[in-house]
Design a protein around this ligand. Structure first.
Ligand SMILES: C[S@@+](CC[C@H](N)C(=O)[O-])C[C@H]1O[C@@H](n2cnc3c(N)ncnc32)[C@H](O)[C@@H]1O
Length: 276
């Protein structure tokens, strides 16, 4: 693993305070999250024309390598580079067959026009200003290369049936906490505009849905369970009774054989122009 310089952690992401169980809990959450939606995300990458011969693919903000490992399994011949500002987190990607670089998304230690693809998955929502990271991604892309972003938008996260409107204010507090730390859980609606502003051409949006049609409702715990809320109790944003309410509704939901959940994600992609 190459560390370019000691990187201060920035933005709204703290892996030790994102879910219950500290860093170990977050490593499990990242794996479970990737497990849930990677098949859909890979289908979109194929629709966008992912071709191992056009690599390397540079994954910026790769974290523990949950998606890097899955990309390696799906395409053993695709050269991969995984970059993250957090060297401790990135060390968990060791052995996944990617070159590992500890660096900031806005100062990648890679030459101009060296990559065929740059992927940022659930990273921009943690940056106070996503544009410099996109500009830097375009710098390392060859003309014609693809810049691919996967994100969420809290206002259209999906649906749960039955719904629990009494949880709306709790989820609002989660979004507000991320916002006040410099992040944006409503970044989904800005993706195509950000790609155009950065200078991409051929910008497209590909929403995707993950449902419990073909997997147990319990698998959705990383998104719907109370784990994400526990650090907010520790920091005083949520009360214990709000946490207990969320835990109770999640238990009801996952034990309801008729419960239905549909999570929405958004992949946006643009092409690096001939001169940039
Ligand atoms: C929610 S995690 C997503 C990790 C991974 N992309 C995944 O989907 O499993 C966000 C990641 O972005 C990284 N990150 C945040 N700000 C960054 C920056 N300025 N430069 C590089 N990585 C950054 C964090 O360290 C973290 O690994």
């Amino acid at each position: 693993m190459t560390t370019i310089s000691p990187q201060p952690l920035a933005g709204s992401y703290d892996p030790a305070a994102t879910t219950s169980g500290g860093l170990r809990g977050e490593l499990a959450r990242l794996e479970a999250q990737a497990d849930l939606s990677f098949p859909e995300e890979l289908r979109i990458l194929h629709d966008l024309g992912l071709d191992p011969a056009d690599g390397p693919l540079v994954e910026v903000g790769a974290g523990s390598g949950a998606v890097t490992r899955r990309l390696r399994s799906a395409h053993p011949e695709l050269p991969l580079t995984a970059v993250d500002i957090d060297g401790d987190l990135l060390s968990h990607a060791a052995g996944c067959g990617a070159e590992l670089l500890v660096a900031d998304a806005t100062a990648l230690p890679l030459p101009d026009a060296c990559a065929g693809y740059v992927l940022l998955r659930y990273v921009l929502q943690h940056l106070s200003d996503p544009l410099p990271a996109l500009t830097e991604a375009l710098r390392i892309l060859r003309p014609g290369g693809r810049l691919i972003i996967t994100e969420v938008d809290a206002a259209c996260w999906g649906l749960a049936d039955p719904a629990y409107p009494e949880l709306a204010s709790i989820h609002g507090k989660l979004a507000a906490a991320q916002q006040s730390a410099g992040g944006d859980r409503t970044i989904g609606r800005r993706l195509t505009r950000l790609l155009r502003t950065a200078g991409c051409t051929d910008v497209v949006l590909r929403p995707f849905a993950t449902t419990n049609d073909d997997r147990p409702t319990a698998d959705f715990a990383p998104h719907l369970g109370p784990g994400r809320l526990q650090p907010l109790v520790a920091s005083g944003v949520l009360s214990l009774s709000e946490f207990a309410l969320a835990a109770d509704r999640w238990n009801r939901f996952r034990n309801d054989p008729d419960a239905y959940v549909m999570l929405l994600g958004f992949t946006a992609a643009g092409t690096a122009p001939a001169t940039h």
